[in-house]
Design a protein around this ligand. Structure first.
Ligand code: SF4
Length: 320
C-alpha cells in the first residue's frame, strides 16, 4: 500500500477578481521508504503541493477538490487541531529557511523536547536524552552542550541539521523537504543531502523532496515528478526520466543541468517567455507557447498524463 496518495488534487485561491487555480488536478503516490523528487520552475506549484500535504496552505488557499490520503486515512479535510497532530507525528517538514521552523527565543533543546513530549509518551528526562540523540544523529558535534544553545548560535548548515532533527523528533514516517539545501552554501549542500540520504536508509523514512535543482533531485530520488503550471507533466523512475525524458519541458530542464565532463557535448534548449499566469492559462497544452516542438494540435487539444513506459507517464501529444 502507498504511504501517501494524492488524488486529483485541486488547490484554489479565491480573490476579488475570481479564482486562481494553483494546483490543477495533480495525482501521485509514494511507497513506504521511497523518495519522490518534485521539480519545476518557480510558479509550477511544487511548494504548494508540499504545503497542501502538511496542511499549511496560506489562506485564502484551499483544497477545492481531490484528496490527500496518508496511510489509508484522508487528511485534507482534518480540522486544524487534528492536522497539527498529524504534522509532527506522522509528517515532518523541512523548509528552505531554517529560521522558518525554529523559534529564535528558545534554545534548540527546548524546541526539540517540546515537540517530542507533545507527540510521544515520554518523560521530560527521556525527551532530553532523545533530543541529544537526534542532534548526534544529524551530525551536531558536542550535542550534550549544543542542545542548550539558541538558533542564532549555529551556522546555516548546522541550523538546517537542527531543523532536520526537529522534523524527526516525533518519529514521522513521511518527510516533506521543500528546497532543504537551496539557502545553504554550495559546499554544505552535499553534506546535508548525504545526511538526508543516510537518515532515510537508517530510519526507513519516506521523502517528498522538492527542489528546482535537477542534479540534486536525480541524486537522491527513486522517482521524479516534473510540474508545470500546477500540473504533473511527467513522472518516472529517476534514471529513466534523466535518460529518456518524454516531455519537451523535462528535456529543456535537463538540458540546463551542467555536466561534469567538459568534453561531453549537450545542446541547451532555451525556453522562450516566462511561465504563463495561471489565471490566464494558454489553450490546449499549457506549455505550447514555450514548447520548441509544438504543433497546431497542441494549441487546441490538451494532452493528458498517460503511460509511456514502465512506471513512466507523460502528458504530451508527441507520445501518441
Ligand atoms: Fe509541446 Fe505539444 Fe507536447 Fe505540449 S503537447 S509539450 S506543446 S509537443
Amino acid at each position: 500500500m502507498s504511504l501517501l496518495q494524492v488524488n486529483n488534487l485541486v488547490v484554489e485561491f479565491p480573490n476579488r477578481r475570481g479564482t486562481l487555480r494553483a494546483l490543477d488536478g495533480i495525482s501521485f503516490d509514494i511507497a513506504p521508504g521511497e523518495i519522490l523528487g518534485v521539480v519545476g520552475e518557480s510558479g509550477a506549484g511544487k511548494s504548494l503541493t508540499g504545503a497542501s500535504i502538511i496542511g499549511l496552505l496560506e489562506p485564502p488557499g484551499r483544497v477545492a477538490s481531490g484528496e490527500i490520503v496518508l496511510e489509508g486515512r484522508p487528511i485534507h479535510k482534518l480540522p486544524p487541531e487534528q492536522m497539527r497532530r498529524v504534522r509532527g507525528r506522522q509528517i515532518g517538514a523541512i523548509f528552505q529557511d531554517p529560521l522558518t521552523s525554529l523559534n529564535p527565543l528558545y534554545s534548540v533543546g527546548r524546541q526539540l523536547i517540546e515537540t517530542i513530549t507533545t507527540h510521544l509518551p515520554v518523560s521530560a528526562a527521556e525527551a532530553r536524552e532523545r533530543a541529544i540523540g537526534l542532534l548526534r544523529d544529524t551530525g551536531i558535534p558536542a550535542a550534550e552542550q549544543r542542545i542548550d544553545h539558541y538558533p542564532h548560535q549555529f551556522s546555516g548548515g548546522m541550523r538546517q541539521r537542527v531543523v532536520i532533527a526537529l522534523a524527526l523528533a516525533a518519529e514521522p514516517r513521511l518527510i516533506v523537504a521543500d528546497e532543504p539545501t537551496t539557502a545553504l552554501d554550495v559546499s554544505i549542500q552535499a553534506q546535508v543531502i548525504n545526511l538526508l540520504e543516510d537518515l532515510q536508509a537508517k530510519m526507513g523514512l519516506t521523502y517528498l523532496f522538492i527542489a528546482h535543482d535537477l542534479s540534486v533531485v536525480e541524486h537522491i530520488s527513486n522517482r521524479v515528478a516534473v510540474m508545470y503550471l500546477g500540473r504533473v507533466v511527467e513522472i518516472a523512475p529517476s534514471r529513466e526520466l534523466y535518460t529518456h525524458p518524454k516531455h519537451p519541458y523535462t528535456e529543456a530542464l535537463l538540458s540546463a543541468v551542467p555536466i561534469p565532463d567538459p568534453k561531453a557535448k549537450k545542446k541547451r534548449i532555451v525556453l522562450t517567455g516566462d511561465v504563463p499566469n495561471p489565471v490566464n492559462r494558454p489553450t490546449g497544452c499549457h506549455f505550447h507557447p514555450r514548447c520548441p516542438k509544438a504543433t497546431e494540435r497542441c494549441k487546441v487539444e490538451e494532452p493528458v498524463l498517460k503511460n509511456v513506459g514502465t512506471q513512466h507517464q507523460a502528458a504530451c501529444h508527441l507520445n501518441d
